[in-house]
Ligand binder design. Structure first.
Ligand SMILES: Cc1ncc(COP(=O)(O)O)c(C=O)c1O
Length: 442
């Protein structure tokens, strides 16, 4: 096996930075709006505020609110702003490293709550639509809970009868998303959370993706489906600042209807020789910069700034959707609620289409079950709508002429993953692929 050792001697500062920039220059360029995933781009001014605020606290450790009270102040202020945004008059939250950690904490909290309030459940279950993020499957796996993934309706939203049908006496949690990542839908959270409330089941809204978009679309007069604490059955909401909150990665939140619920989240240990130890979430040490940059961007933008950005992204999403529908053979999946959507094709292999777009320096994500391509639309995309649609039409022509033999390894692999009948084999392949990816190659 190949390994590399830490160099004996250090390199010059300039040399290291030159090498770093050379490595960086080979990555996808997201600033130009040619990427439709991973980065939530609100433009150069927001980026510069986030960058400067992050650098100010880059080294500080948010583990200790006593050493860095300014971080505690910023964190509680921004959590309160978020609780207000979600109409939670008594709501309180915690900051986490990302959506997955927020979801892990919500599931853990729901489990502890059920242990206290509904004793006697020895095999807890969580009922979720199949479109909910795999962070729920991961959380369930980590926490010894059975995740029951339920099919969605023909419009790609959670099917209320199927969700209710999957509930058993062991169900401790039900989940809905706003938006769903794969198709950009808001699930029927009103109906689902109403059922959960009647049956003493914890309901969680996963607004990791839509939490900083939907409230501002509503303020701008767009019709939106209810998802927040105005629904009495919603006990917790996850919302990522590092998505449509436009701040660097490492900033998410989980918010609870009240402090009594949040109490089930904390961990403390009093018998450690190092002192009494307690944390809100998974992390011990936490980057101060994730808090300071989130706080600074929220203060910099204010409601007005977020509303303007939401409008820009929504205008771009609507034009993109209309343009895609106008290209023969392409269609948008369902009727998405906001700025995230997927499109598929009746005649083309969408993975060939993705490759043809990539050759034109456009980067979109592949999805399967059913095969489609995914766009997360951001404010900066308003500038590139026409150029993208022009290239997409051209890419369709190119994708139509790809033969089996010309297909890229990527396109073949993706096509195969969705069609393997034995899903445990697909799982095994994915794990082996990951295990191989993270090692030094010759
Ligand atoms: C709806 C939804 N939930 C959860 C997550 C997980 O967030 P993270 O990647 O920050 O862990 C995502 C990520 O895209 C998401 O879209």
């Amino acid at each position: 096996m190949i390994q590399i050792a830490l160099p004996n001697k250090g390199a010059s500062r300039d040399g290291v930075m030159r090498e770093l920039k050379a490595l960086h220059s080979a990555d996808n360029d997201w600033r130009t709006g040619r990427m439709f995933s991973l980065i939530y781009n609100a433009g150069a001014d927001v980026e510069s505020v986030a960058r400067e605020a992050y650098a100010e606290y880059m080294v500080e450790n948010a583990l200790s609110p006593f050493s860095f009270p300014s971080l505690l102040k910023m964190e509680t202020e921004l959590l309160s702003m978020i609780a207000t945004l979600f109409h939670g008059e008594t709501a309180v939250g915690s900051m986490t490293s990302g959506g997955s950690e927020s979801i892990l904490m919500a599931v853990k909290t729901a489990r502890e709550w059920a242990r206290a309030k509904r004793p006697g459940i020895s095999s807890p279950e969580l009922v979720m639509p199949v479109t909910a993020h795999p962070a729920f499957n991961k959380a369930a796996h980590f926490l010894g809970i059975r995740a029951v993934a339920v099919r969605v309706d023909g419009g790609f939203r959670a099917s209320v009868p199927d969700m209710i049908g999957a509930v058993t006496e062991n169900t401790i949690m039900m989940v809905g998303s706003a938006f769903t990542y794969p198709h950009g839908m808001i699930d029927p959270i009103g109906e689902l959370s109403g059922f959960a409330l009647e049956n003493n089941i914890w309901f969680h809204t996963d607004a990791c993706l839509g939490g900083f978009m939907i409230p501002f679309l509503e303020m701008e007069g767009y019709p939106v489906r209810p998802f927040d604490f105005r629904l009495p059955g919603v006990k917790s909401i996850s919302a990522d600042i590092h998505k449509y909150g436009y701040t660097p990665k490492g900033a998410s939140t989980v918010t609870y209807r009240d402090m009594d619920l949040r109490e089930f989240q904390f961990f403390a240990y009093a018998d450690w020789p190092g002192g009494v130890y307690g944390t809100a979430c998974v992390s011990g040490a936490r980057p101060g910069g994730a808090i300071s940059s989130a706080w600074a961007v929220m203060r910099y933008l204010g409601q007005e700034g977020f509303r303007g950005l939401a409008s820009k992204a929504m205008r771009a999403a609507k034009r993109l959707r209309a343009g895609i529908e106008a290209i023969p053979g392409l269609h948008v999946l369902g009727n998405p609620d906001g700025t995230v959507f997927a499109f598929g094709s009746d005649g083309l292999n969408v993975y060939d289409l993705r490759d043809a777009l990539k050759r034109r320096n456009w980067h979109v994500e592949s999805q399967h079950l059913p095969p489609c391509l995914h766009l997360t639309v951001c404010p900066v995309h308003e500038e590139v709508v026409d150029a993208f649609l022009e290239d997409l039409a051209e890419a369709c022509g190119e994708a139509a002429s790809v033969s089996e033999n010309d297909r890229t390894e990527d396109a073949v692999l993706y096509g195969v993953m969705g069609t393997i009948p034995d899903r445990s084999q697909a799982l095994d392949l994915a794990v082996k692929y990951l295990n191989d990816l993270y090692r030094i190659k010759p």
